[in-house]
Design a binder for this molecule. Structure first.
Ligand SMILES: [Fe+2]
Length: 181
């Protein structure tokens, strides 16, 4: 279950209903996939062959098709990040810059953890959404945000796109954003 931390106040939201209503108010799609469907050998595996990635997509085919039919996604894949990823440090440094996209950024976490840092409404400011396996989130188009790993530094996620060009990051210079946690 996702948890929220509001950066300006340090307030944490951990109650499921409160998390759902907070994200709903911020126009952030949040859903859940049943992780008991995932083959046990893939639950904690962060270096995946193409066959294993296909196996993840096949396991959640119905969920993916449902999202695609509701929201217009055309293509999907599986991304992994871990200490085994070449240049992980460099990649994370590149990720940790506030940006926007012309389409929404949707991720379904199937293993590990991650955080989206999102610019909320004026009264809220930036907030963190801490995600774990089973969490599905979509950062709305044109909403400033970035993604990073948590302390365990590993994640597997399904990504869905309307078209891959829509995912190009446009840097968003924001004096309101304070990078220190
Ligand atoms: Fe992004």
């Amino acid at each position: 279950m996702a948890q929220i931390r509001i950066r300006n106040t340090g307030v944490r939201i951990e109650d499921e209903q409160e998390v759902l209503s907070f994200l709903n108010n911020q126009n952030v799609l949040y859903e859940h996939w049943d992780m008991s469907k995932l083959p046990v050998e893939l639950k904690e595996k962060f270096v995946l062959s193409d066959e294993e990635k296909q196996q993840i997509l096949a396991t959640y085919d119905a969920e993916i098709k449902d999202l695609a039919s509701r929201r217009g996604y055309q293509i999907w894949d599986v991304i992994t990040l871990s200490e085994a990823t070449p240049n992980l440090e460099e990649l994370l440094q590149k990720f940790e810059a506030v940006h926007t996209h012309t389409e929404d950024e949707i991720r379904a976490i199937t293993a590990g953890k991650g955080i989206f840092i999102i610019k909320g409404s004026e009264d809220v400011g930036y907030f963190d959404v801490e995600l774990e396996a089973g969490d599905v989130i979509s950062v709305p188009e044109s909403t400033p945000h970035f993604f990073t790993l948590m302390d365990n530094r590993k994640i597997v996620a399904v990504r869905l796109f309307i078209e891959k060009e829509g995912w190009i990051a446009t840097p968003f210079e924001d004096p309101e954003f304070v990078s220190s946690k």
